[in-house]
Design a protein around this ligand. Structure first.
Ligand code: C2E
Ligand code: MG
Ligand code: MG
Length: 500
């Protein structure tokens, strides 16, 4: 027994050295947890120690009574911290937390004791601003808040620049309960967000009718899939050198029973926000693949189909298997499918994007960057991702002939893409002059009303047949010239008609 004790006591210092850090870390974690529990119990936010939404509600009720008594007004200001997600993603959640703490400190310092600062959710704060003479005072305060966050925050030895997007409602004008004021300030915040990050809006009555309208669209959209109200139209992508249709973009349409054809710019953002884009996007993929299969079966020369993926859909865990099963179910080669993504969708989580795009492109699916030139300013990502095409945004093509700056941008994009061995598609070509100019610049393909708008399948088939009847067959040289840099085509897909 004593021998055993002597044996182990020789190891005691080593055991102590090994175990101490774990014990200390556990102790700190327990302290932190305890502190958070206490803060929450006291109505304080666990991270910043600020009042929570519930505590703010009680304080607002008292502030409204005071305002009534003193004949003053009150503003409920909702602040959204812009770009918190990319900071969390790139520097880690610890840095995100430190930024929120530093921001809360700075705001608390400038607001003083008269006004209440509370935290509503992850990146959302609210201020109950008291003792105001009217909206003008509230606007002055909002401008001072915006100014206060303009100075960068030093976090983890980085200078982090952020901004606040702000929505404001006023008591008594916009409501007489905390809940109503908050709802209306949040409506104003949504309007500010859709205008631009870092801006502010005061609640206005029209926002409520816009919100009602949105809610009604949202409810209808929830049932659109099961009621078969969605359909795909196809817009040709034309090879500038041969004037032949090489592929088509599937563009979603919603045939609403009373509103008629609702454009995607109206309902895709709602589908994105509500998460409905995931089942809708899956339907789009399957329907586009089914359509290609039907065209092949009917004896039409095959063409590649481009499908738009929105950011949320791209981040969804199941994307790769959904793409794979849509392709398999239709019995297609993956080379028939092209996915269009915007720069911001890809850059949202660059690591994950690289992995997802890697799998898709190894499968043989083509990848395009949509609306190129309007999003992210860093170009280094073009090297990192397995891309096939850049689609020059319509806004640069529109004034191509009249605005030398746009012409220079288009020229630069074409040369950049070709140097990186990517093909270039110009979007929104409407005139012969634009097309000739793009041809001179060496652009590979175009899309636009000059050839055709997006058409329902039967009209698209008729257009395809008409154009093919007018154009000579492609030569092998054409095929080699337009071969994708990535495509390891199988025999079915080496058909010249769909080689990019
Ligand atoms: P996008 O992917 O950039 O699609 C091109 C848009 O430009 C289409 O609008 C097309 O009809 C329009 N367009 C094409 N040529 C011309 C032209 O010569 N002049 C003008 N003025 N416009 C032209 P559309 O169909 O309204 O689609 C708008 C956006 O909605 C698309 O932009 C895409 O971002 C999104 N979208 C459409 N279908 C889907 C879908 O199935 N899934 C997702 N996630 N987004 C989609
Ligand atoms: Mg597109
Ligand atoms: Mg586009």
């Amino acid at each position: 027994m004593q021998g055993t004790f002597q044996y182990w006591s020789a190891y005691l210092p080593i055991i102590v050295i090994l175990v101490t850090p774990t014990v200390v870390a556990t102790w700190f974690a327990l302290q932190l947890h305890r502190e958070r529990v206490i803060r929450r119990r006291d109505g304080a936010d666990y991270l910043t120690g600020l009042p929570t939404r519930r505590a703010a509600s009680t304080m607002a009720a008292q502030a409204m009574l005071d305002a009534q008594r003193n004949g003053r007004e009150l503003a409920l200001i909702v602040l959204n911290v812009d770009r918190l997600k990319p900071i969390n993603d790139s520097l880690g959640h610890q840095a995100g937390d430190e930024l929120l703490l530093a921001l809360a400190d700075r705001l608390r310092g400038m607001l003083g004791n008269a006004n209440v600062l509370a935290r509503l959710a992850g990146d959302e704060f609210t201020i109950i601003a008291r003792n105001l003479r009217g909206a003008r005072d509230a606007e002055d305060l909002v401008k001072r808040i915006t100014e206060a966050v303009r100075q960068p925050f030093v976090i983890a030895s980085f200078d982090l620049q952020t901004s606040l997007t702000i929505g404001v409602s006023m008591y008594p004008l916009d409501g007489d309960t905390f809940d109503l004021l908050l709802r209306r300030a949040e409506m104003a915040l949504r309007c500010a967000k859709s205008a631009s990050r870092g801006s502010y809006r005061f609640y206005a009555l029209e926002m409520s009718s816009a919100a009602d309208e949105r809610l009604s669209l949202e409810n209808d959209l929830r049932r659109a899939l099961e009621l078969n109200q969605l359909e795909l139209h196809y817009q040709p992508k034309v090879d500038i050198g041969t004037s032949r249709i090489r592929s088509a973009e599937a563009l979603l349409r919603w045939r609403h029973p009373t509103r008629g054809l609702v454009p995607p710019n109206v309902f895709i953002p709602i589908a994105e926000e509500t998460g409905l884009i995931v089942p809708i996007g899956e339907w789009v993929l399957r329907d586009a693949c089914r359509q290609v299969r039907a065209w092949i079966d009917s004896g039409m020369s095959p063409i590649r189909i481009a499908v738009n993926l929105s950011a949320r859909q791209f981040r969804h865990v199941d994307l790769v298997s959904v793409v794979r099963s849509a392709i398999d179910e239709a019995g297609l080669q993956p080379g028939y499918v092209e996915l269009e993504l915007t720069e911001s969708a890809i850059m949202d989580d660059a690591e994950k994007s690289a992995a997802t795009l890697g799998i898709l492109s190894t499968m043989g699916v083509h990848i395009s960057i949509d609306d190129f030139g309007t999003g992210y300013s860093s170009l280094s990502y073009l090297r990192r991702f397995p891309l096939d095409k850049l689609k020059i945004d319509r806004s640069f093509v529109r004034d191509l002939m009249s605005n030398p700056d746009d012409a220079s941008i288009v020229k630069a994009i074409i040369s950049l893409a070709h140097n990186l061995r990517l093909r270039v598609v110009a979007e929104g070509v409407e005139t012969a002059e634009q097309l000739n100019f793009l041809r001179e610049l060496g652009c590979d393909q175009y899309q636009g009303y000059f050839c055709s708008p997006a058409l329902p399948p039967p009209a698209f088939e008729a257009l395809l047949q008409k154009m093919r009847a007018e154009r000579p067959e492609l030569t092998e040289a054409d095929m080699l010239r337009t071969q994708s840099r990535l495509s390891a085509f199988s025999p079915e897909v080496t058909n010249p008609e769909i080689s990019n």
